[in-house]
Design a protein around this ligand. Structure first.
Ligand SMILES: Nc1ncnc2c1ncn2[C@@H]1O[C@H](COP(=O)(O)OP(=O)(O)O)[C@@H](O)[C@H]1O
Ligand SMILES: [Mg+2]
Length: 399
């Protein structure tokens, strides 16, 4: 993402300079001096001066606009100018970057990216099969290398699965990802990596990384919709990688967005079940969706869907009795019976549950969980966003 953002900026600078260059060349042509005689240094000086003039007068105008608003006598033009600037550059998701990404950078990347063939890979074990397709482990086969025989390394059980599930068939579409780790947070919670949480140092670090990853996604207008331990890989360096974007919705383009359709894991999904309110219209064409996305975001706060799943994740990691898959499912059902009120659930469960990890440091973890698991209010708000969760005192050093 950082790389694409860098490319965006570079493109913009080039464009701006080209426009100035054309205007400058035309001025020279009008004055009778042929452009080819120009020295590069002179050209640079004039270009910079031209840009500075433009920038300075723009800034002056905006300062005047702000001053007139502060003085209580705003002009319509000034307010409109400020609104346009706010809309284009400061809203989230950002329509300007979204347009660049969807209509320019994405086709560019599609055309320049490495084109793989099915013969470049040998499929191995099936790793999972969700609602959106199946995931397989694969080996890169070097072109022309006939010595490799991946099938020879498979167990009889894997060979059987490989024949039935793993064949590339004509017309099927495949996404190729780097293999990041063979352990998920689900494995860690099951105790397969040692006793939890000692095997992963601290819960806080995992939660923080998940929130940071989701913050980046939300800034781009993407809601993951399937945040859960099985979709969080843990690398040997203790890094957390969010995977499985099969259910993700891109609010900037409307991709995968159907307001009436929830693709849910009942253990981690919020009570409202949908990213946007039920009465929200279906996704329009991508360009309209892009232009309207900041308004849709402000109105529906789709990102709070993921916040709830993070709240369940915190409960599952911090409360030993909730670490098994069956118990976390029961927890979410019980929460619904308690009207989404975590304190009520605590009263109901009483002394059978160990809240030590949530209650330490002035109940910081408990407070965070309560605010992440709240039902939405009538304005589709009332629950912490991932950015607000990151600023919570739970992440401050303990003393
Ligand atoms: N990039 C990756 N690196 C390593 N393992 C992965 C990767 N992506 C997926 N997996 C493994 O494959 C499993 C299934 O993939 P996932 O994308 O979650 O699909 P689904 O849940 O829809 O079957 C994951 O639980 C994980 O074990
Ligand atoms: Mg998955």
């Amino acid at each position: 993402m950082l790389c694409s953002a860098g490319c965006n900026v570079a493109q913009l600078i080039c464009k701006e300079r080209n426009i100035t260059l054309c205007r400058f060349a035309r001025n020279l042509f009008n004055s009778g001096i042929p452009p080819p005689k120009l020295l590069v240094d002179e050209l640079e000086d004039v270009l910079e001066a031209d840009n500075q003039d433009w920038l300075a007068s723009g800034l002056e105008l905006l300062t005047e606009d702000l001053q007139s608003i502060a003085a209580g006598s705003p002009s319509i033009g000034g307010v409109l100018r400020l609104l346009v600037i706010y809309y284009l550059f400061f809203t989230r998701p950002n329509p300007f970057l979204a347009c660049l990404d969807f209509y320019f950078l994405r086709p560019l990347a599609d055309n320049t990216a490495n084109k793989w063939k099915s013969s470049d890979f040998a499929l191995r074990e099936k790793l999972g099969g969700g609602n959106f397709g199946a995931a397989f482990e694969g080996l890169r086969v070097e072109r022309g290398d006939r010595t490799i025989s991946p099938r020879a390394k498979l167990t009889p059980e894997q060979k059987k699965r490989h024949e039935t599930d793993g064949a590339f068939s004509r017309g099927s579409q495949w996404l190729v990802w780097k293999f990041e780790s063979d352990a998920t947070l689900g494995n860690a919670l099951d105790g397969q990596l040692g006793s939890f949480p000692a095997c992963l140092e601290i819960i806080k670090s995992i939660l923080r990384q998940v929130l940071l990853g989701l913050q980046k996604l939300h800034d781009l207008g993407i809601v993951h919709r399937d945040v859960k331990p099985d979709n969080l890989l843990i690398t040997t360096d203790g890094e957390v990688k969010i995977i499985d974007f099969g259910a993700a919705v891109d609010m900037c383009t409307g991709v995968n967005f159907n307001p009436l359709y929830g693709m849910l894991d009942p253990r981690y999904s919020p009570p409202e079940e949908l990213v946007m309110p039920k009465n929200f219209p279906r996704a329009p064409t991508p360009v309209i969706a892009t232009l309207l996305s900041p308004f849709a975001w402000i109105y529906g706060r789709p990102d709070l869907f993921d916040s709830y799943s993070v709240g369940v994740l915190l409960m599952q990691m911090a409360v030993p009795q909730l670490r098994t898959s069956a118990n976390i499912k029961a927890f979410n059902n019980e929460m619904r019976q308690c009207g989404g009120n975590l304190s009520q659930w605590r009263d109901y469960r009483g002394s059978r549950i160990d809240f030590t990890l949530l209650d330490r440091n002035g109940k910081a973890g408990w407070d965070l969980a309560t605010k992440l698991l709240k039902p939405r209010d009538k304005f589709n708000r009332g629950r912490l966003s991932v950015s607000q969760a990151l600023a919570h005192r739970y992440f401050l050093p303990e003393f």
